[in-house]
Structures are given as structure tokens and as C-alpha cells.
Design a protein around this ligand. Sequence first.
Ligand SMILES: [Fe+2]
Length: 401
Amino acid sequence: MEKFFEELGKRVLGEWKAQNFSLPLFPEIARTALEERPPAQHVDLPRLIREFLLDDQQPRQTQSGFGQPELVVYEDTRLYIQVLFWLEGTTDIHQHEFSGAFHVLAGSSIHSMFTFEDARSISSHLRVGKLRMERTHLLETGSTVPIMSGREYVHSLFHLDTPSATVVVRTQTDPGTGPQFTYLPPHFAIDPIQDDALTMRRKQLLDVLEKTGDSAYPELVGAMIAELDFERGFFILQNSAMVLREMGEWDRIWKVFQKKHGALAEYVPATLNEIARRDAITALRAAVTEVEHRFFLALLLNIPDRVGILDMVAQRFPGEPMESILRWADELIEVSEEGIWLLDSEFPQLPEIDFDDRPQVFLASLRNLLGAGDAPEIGAGQVELLRQAFLRSSWRALMVA
Ligand SMILES: [Fe+2]
């Protein structure tokens, strides 16, 4: 067992005991202990890894799927300390059923805090409301942040470097503060460990029909949507949205859902669009290796507004942030026979513009919409089509109103 964490654990336990194990005081006790002897300065990560691999004397490990992986480095009945490795960014926005503090041991992260306003429960596993990002900042190696349990503390961490490692000093669990909702912006909170096995199997069975090209697929989904409650209907709709769109059946099935659920249905389209947008940017990011481009895509995944994105670029790179972004756009444009793409924005149907001119027109249009140049010299209708193409994409966050 790593001596540093044993000492840290015993110290936190002793100080918490002196406060009669008060839950509200725990995050501050954990934070202070991490800040006074920061693991980033005192823990030799390669040595920790070697020790964990070769020494059998370790605290009891969990079956947790959290972290990639999670190592338990100190354990007591009331609290434990984990070291979490991260290989992928992870964007899940979530709350906790435990409290404590975390510390960036290696790497850096984008940390965002949210509120969920006008929220109400549809079922014990699903809530609707309006998720709003309150603030976001870069966490460098050595930063420490407290964690509170329950609905008032909603956050996301996007790890920029591979691997990243965090240390978490945490309670075992804070009764009454669950479930640990995961938030689907802008409107839903779902319980990620709810055990609706029937819905899971139905989604898997629909996937079989889809993959085997069964023509009954849209009719069956429509019949299910007409019958199911909101929660189960939402999950089926989420699972089938992309397939239904490709089949040209989306509008028809959507009307069925809308008719059944009325005003409540109106929370769904923006959420499904945001899920699709994030999936597309995540897939792009997996294919991109250039560090600056990966950073920019991380910002598009995590920060919903122009000011926030520009601020983050300015923190990491010298010079005018908009110029960096426009240079990345130049470098990221994809021209092929299938089309011209700037990330998730596709050049629209404009046959009157010569093929060879299209990349420059596309980039000039972007520059204009981001407030950094004149509109390209093309017709007003064409300018509008280009604007619509960017509005449907992740570039929307950066566009001047
Ligand atoms: Fe968290």
C-alpha cells in the first residue's frame, strides 16, 4: 500500500472524526488535506503503478466500472481514496451520491458546473428541466476541487491529456442523495443505473431488426411509441432516432410521440439533436491527432457559448483566439467527392458555385458568421443557405447573434 495515501486517509479520517463525521464538513476537510500535501507533488506515479502491480498488500478493490481503471489506494468503512486513470475525454454531466474532493494528479481537464432549473420528476428515474452551464474553467495538474452530493452539485470533467489521473477522497455513500443522475442537455436527467431490463432487451431486439433490414422496423417502433409511457417511449425514440431518419420515417413516428405526450414531448427534439451533435464531434475527435485540433473539439463538446470558448482558447494559446480558431478551420476542412465538410457542417446544395471555389466560399462564410470578415460575394439566398448549414452544426455556439 502506498504510504502517502495511508497517511492522507488516516489524517482525513481523524479530522472528520473530530467533527463527529459531519457530512456537510467533509468536502472541506478532504479539500484542505489534498491542498496541504498535494498528491501531484508527493506521489511518484510510475512508482505507484509498479507497487500496485507487484505488491499484494492492497486495500480491497471494487468492481466499479468508473475510471479507466479505478485503483483503491486507501479504504475505511466510512471513506476511501481512489486513483482514477482516464484514457478518453468523457463528457457525462452528472451528480454524486457521495462527497469529498478530487485532485488532478496528472494531465489537465475542462471542468464545468451546471444548474438544472424548473426541474420536475416524470418518474423516479427521469427528470425534465433546463440544464444551464454556470461556469467552466481549465484545471491544471495539482488543482483540487470539492465534491458535494445531491442535486445541487452538477458537473462534468473532460480530460484533455492521455492518460489523465485524478485522486478522489470520498465518503462511501451519502444516503438519500441518489440516484446519481446523468444529465442529457438541455432537458433531461436520467438514472444511469436504473434496472429496466425489459427496455434494454427491446432496444437490443430492435437493433437486430435494423441490422437484418427487417421491413417491419418502423411499424413496430410506431406501435411501441403509441403504447409506451413517456420514460420508456423516450428511450426507444432515442435508440431509433437515427435509423428512423435514414429510413425517412422520423416525422411520422415523431407525430405519434407528440400526440401521445403533448407538451412534455417538446423537451425531446433539442435533447436528441444535442446527443447526435456530441456523438458526431466525439467521433471526429477520435479520428483527429493534432493536439490543437483535439483541444478545439473538446471545447465544442463542453462549452456552449462563444465567450466561454474564446476565453479557453486565449488561456492556452497566444494571440487573438478567433484567429487561432479560423486557422484550425482552414486546417480541418475536408474536401472529397462526397462533399465538403467543416467539422459537422456540410457545404449545402449550391450547384451555381464552381466546385473549386466552394472551400474558399465556405471558409469566407464561416469567417463572416464568426464576426471576423465580410460575407463572400455571392447571392443573398446563397449566403442564407450557408448560414443555415452552420446554424445546424457545432459552429453555432461561436456565431455572432
Ligand atoms: Fe464527478
